[in-house]
Every structure is written in structure tokens, then in C-alpha cells.
Ligand binder design. Structure first.
Ligand code: UD1
Ligand code: CA
Length: 477
């Protein structure tokens, strides 16, 4: 059942103070656009109709809306005429009776729960409108709530139109309202732009509703944080930090250990299981999922990654990777999309992997690039091995079997296959398949030119050291 018939989201403001080529409501915090936060909170009320008033850069906003809320309708407000004008446009073709919730698109911390409480309060009596208010330590810039003697809402006065005395009121208008549709339809056409901004203020509808004999009640929320709006990048960062704290608090209360929650940034879309540990400087984003007893960080970024139970990821950047049970990654590892590490495997320092799977217990401990490869179980890839996957035009695949020992500094030139139990000699350029159980040797034979330093570098410290060694008879040659 829908708690409310219509929701109108006001998102047509230019967001001038953001100084951005991106529309304000498309800026993100915690991995979701400002509009996305508002829309997902609204979704918890299951409204029958959602209308979003778009203006500045409306194509971008409308396109984003189609992705995040295909059920919502965009209403175009071509020029800024004020919040009252925006609601006038949004009300065209809306049912004559029922209830409508109006919210702004730039209040990402507003919860569905608070909106639901406002709707319930509205429905508990026969009110023309119900307005969410809050006491704000610094009410500057907000509309002030003027109450009647019996505590009803008399009117809302905007900061710029307020008297000295009215500005001292610290109860502010959140910009979140529930209206009786029949009464709103009747009142909305009677707004005037006789105010400091020359706009149609939605807030002026309150007085009209009261003149029409309707009752308007304020609902004071105890938490002003929820109604904070974003107008500039300072407020964007403040709200991001507040949301980070909310997200981290919830995870810690659910059993996740965080060494430093102030430097731990987790998107709303991320899952972290109880008994995972997150070290400082870690960012988890997108569709990332962290299982129990995994240890992540410090200074690690995981984007769209799956980390299974008991795995560790230290000082690394990973995107689109799957890190299996008890696997170990880092420090300083770069896992790219399609990197799949099986149970007990390891990708160590300065290793980059892309579109490559590492079998159970296999290891790439140091300084390697593994691109477009399938590696079996129990295999060791020696330090500084490169999977040469790119011929300048196409990418090719390399297959490495089970229990293989790839010698340090091997170049595996794809497409190539190393059989089960095979070895490659250190420093080899492997261009042909190595059969199971063979050793592939692909390097020039070493030759020593005796006395070269003594002749060509006479007088250097090297020549002196060589002479001393030869005289003592400790030279190996
Ligand atoms: C508004 C309220 C104020 C309240 C505050 C809460 C009015 C007149 N004032 O002020 O009482 O305390 O919100 O944050 O309503 N918008 C449109 N079309 C327009 C104008 C605005 O869609 O023509 C949208 C904006 O994108 C924004 C919302 O409406 O999402 C509020 O507009 P804004 O200009 O931010 O109003 P405030 O001055 O903050
Ligand atoms: Ca605002």
C-alpha cells in the first residue's frame, strides 16, 4: 500500500553556488547522487506517482532519473520561478484529491522514516498541510517558522523577507511538506511574487491554506542533520562526512571493526559482514562485498570487488576483482576487472592482474604483470614475470597449469601454454608451449670474458677489487 499518492521532488534550481558544470543534484556522496539519495528514501514510502521538477541541465538529470528511478516522471521548469512555480508545474494533471509529499532534491540525509512519520502525522488529523521543521543552531538562510498561539503553523517567512525579530527564531522550514491535494490545487494558483526574490514561494501557500480555513501543523524533528540541504561544496563535504559517520556507525554496531572510522569511506551500496576489520584510509565503493573475518587496509580502495572470508588486502587498489577465501593481496597490488583469486592464493607487492584467474594456493608474490591468463593450482610465478598479452593489436591468453614453477623474470608471450608440473628457466622468453613436466629454457647462454675489467676499466675501484681477489686466490675463475 502506498503511504502517499504523489511525491514531488524539487530539483530545478541551478545550483549556482556549486560552481560546477555538473547539475547540483547529480553530485554524489557515499557513491550515490544527491537526487539518488532522495529518490531511494522516497521509495520506502512506495508512492503511486513520483514527479521530479528539473530545470538546469535537465537532459542530464532526466537521463540519470531514467536510470535510478524509471517509474518517476520528469517535469520541466524552463526558468526558475520559485518553489511555488515549480509545484504549480508539477501539479498539472495530478489527481484532484489525496495527499502529496513535497521534498527538495538536495537533502540527501533525509530518511524515508522521517518522511513516513510526517505523512502519518498528516493523516492523523484533517490538515490542509503538515510541515517538517527543525531547531537549527544556525538558522541563517532558512525560512523561519511562525507558530500560532496554539502551536499550529501560522506562516513561513523567508530569511530575506524576515524582520530582525523573526530572524531570531531558530525553528526552520525543512522544505519537506505534506499537502491535502484538493486544498493545494485550490491554493497554488493564488501565490504572488511580491517578495525579495520576485519568485513564487511555496512557503506562501501556508497562509493561503489557513485563510481558506485549513489547519497547518508543524512537525518538529529532533535531528536537524537530516534536513541539511546542499548549496555549495563545503556543505557537500559536510554532508558526506555526516553520511560516512552514519554508515560507519551502523557497520560498527553490526559487528564490523573499524580502526579509524573518520578515514574509512564506505558507499551506501557496499556490504560488509560482521567480524571484518577495516584499517585506516580505506575506501569501499560500488558493489563491493566484504565477508566475515576479512581484513582490509590500511590505505586500500576496493571498487566493485568481492572479498571472501578471512582474506587480507593491504595497501592496494582493486577494481572488479574477486578475492577468494584466505587469499592475500598486497601490499601495493593493483587488481583490475576480471582478476579472480582462488582460496589461499596470493598476489603480492607490485603485482598487477587483469582478466586473470589464480588457482587455489597459487602465488604471484612479487613485481609481476598477469594479464589475460588462467593459472592452475599450487603454481608459483617467480618475481618479475610478465604475461606478454598484447601484440600491439590484439590481446592473447596464457594458460599455466597446476604446480608449475615459472622462473623469475620470465616473459610468457601469449598465446602460450605451460603444462602441469612444468618449469621455466629464470630470464626466459617463452614463445612456445612448454609440455607437462618439461623445463622451458628461452635465454642466451652466458659467456664470461676473462680479465675484461682489468683491461677496459683499469684504475677503477672495480679493477682494484678484482686484482686483490685474484692475488688472494679467492676469484671464482
Ligand atoms: C527553501 C524554502 C525555505 C526552506 C529551505 C529549506 C522557499 C521559498 N523557501 O529555501 O523556507 O527553509 O528551502 O532548505 O521554498 N527549486 C526549483 N525551482 C525553482 C526554485 C527552486 O525546483 O524555481 C528547487 C531547488 O532545486 C531546491 C528546492 O527547490 O531543490 C529549494 O530551492 P532553494 O532555492 O534551494 O530554496 P531555499 O532558498 O533553500
Ligand atoms: Ca536549498
Amino acid at each position: 500500500m502506498s503511504l502517499v499518492d504523489y511525491v514531488i521532488v524539487l530539483a530545478a534550481g541551478e545550483g549556482t553556488r556549486m560552481k560546477s558544470s555538473t547539475p547540483k543534484v547529480l553530485h554524489s556522496i557515499a557513491g550515490r547522487s544527491l537526487l539518488g539519495h532522495v529518490v531511494s528514501a522516497i521509495d520506502t514510502l512506495s508512492p503511486a506517482h513520483v514527479r521530479v521538477v528539473v530545470g538546469s541541465s535537465h537532459e542530464l538529470v532526466t537521463e540519470h532519473l531514467r536510470e535510478i528511478a524509471p517509474h518517476a516522471t520528469a517535469v520541466l521548469q524552463e526558468r526558475r520561478g520559485g518553489t511555488g512555480h515549480a509545484v504549480q508545474l508539477a501539479l498539472e494533471g495530478v489527481a484532484a484529491t489525496g495527499t502529496v509529499l513535497v521534498v527538495a532534491g538536495d537533502t540527501p540525509l533525509l530518511s524515508g522514516n522521517t518522511m513516513a512519520q510526517l505523512v502519518e502525522a498528516h493523516k492523523s488529523g484533517s490538515f490542509a498541510a503538515t510541515v517538517l521543521t527543525a531547531e537549527h543552531p544556525d538558522p541563517t538562510g532558512y525560512g523561519r517558522i511562525i507558530r500560532t498561539d496554539n502551536g499550529d503553523l501560522s506562516r513561513i517567512v523567508e530569511e530575506r523577507d524576515a524582520t530582525e525579530l523573526e530572524r531570531e527564531i531558530d525553528e526552520i522550514n525543512s522544505g519537506v511538506y505534506v499537502f491535502d491535494l484538493a486544498m493545494l490545487h485550490n491554493a497554488i494558483g493564488r501565490l504572488s511574487s511580491q517578495n525579495a526574490q520576485g519568485e513564487l514561494y511555496l512557503t506562501d501557500v501556508i497562509e493561503i491554506l489557513r485563510t481558506d480555513g485549513g489547519r497547518v501543523v508543524p512537525v518538529l524533528t529532533p535531528d536537524f542533520i537530516e534536513i541539511l540541504g546542499i548549496n555549495d561544496r563545503v556543505q557537500l563535504a559536510e554532508c558526506a562526512a555526516l553520511m560516512r559517520d552514519q554508515i560507519n556507525d551502523a557497520f560498527m554496531r553490526s559487528g564490523v571493526t573499524m580502526i579509524d572510522p573518520t578515514t574509512t569511506w564506505i558507499d551506501v551500496t557496499v556490504e560488509v559482514a560482521p567480524d571484518a576489520t577495516i584499517h585506516p584510509g580505506t575506501a569501499l565503493s560500488g558493489a563491493t562485498k566484504i565477508a566475515a573475518n576479512a581484513v582490509i587496509g590500511p590505505r586500500t580502495t576496493l571498487v566493485d570487488c568481492t572479498v571472501e572470508c578471512c582474506a587480507t588486502v593491504v595497501e592496494s587498489y582493486c577494481k572488479g576483482a574477486t578475492i577468494g577465501e584466505s587469499a592475500s593481496v598486497g601490499p601495493f597490488t593493483y587488481l583490475r576487472p576480471g582478476a579472480v583469486l582462488a582460496k589461499d592464493s596470493r598476489a603480492g607487492a607490485f603485482v598487477e592482474m587483469k582478466n586473470a584467474s589464480l588457482g587455489v594456493g597459487s602465488k604471484v608474490p612479487h613485481l609481476s604483470y598477469v594479464g589475460d591468463a588462467t593459472i592452475g593450482v599450487g603454481t608459483n610465478i617467480g618475481a618479475a614475470t610478465i604475461f606478454v598479452n598484447y601484440d600491439g593489436v590484439d590481446k592473447h591468453h596464457t594458460r599455466v597449469g597446476d604446480h608449475v614453477r615459472v622462473g623469475s623474470d620470465s616473459m610468457l608471450v601469449a598465446p602460450v601454454s605451460i603444462g602441469d608440473g612444468a618449469y621455466t628457466a629464470a630470464g626466459s622468453v617463452i614463445t612456445e608451449d612448454v609440455p607437462a613436466g618439461a623445463i622451458g629454457v628461452g635465454r642466451a647462454k652466458q659467456r664470461n670474458v676473462l680479465g675484461w675489467v682489468l683491461r677496459k676499466r683499469a684504475g677503477t675501484s672495480s679493477a682494484a677489487a678484482a686484482n686483490a681477489s685474484i692475488e688472494k686466490g679467492t676469484s671464482t675463475s
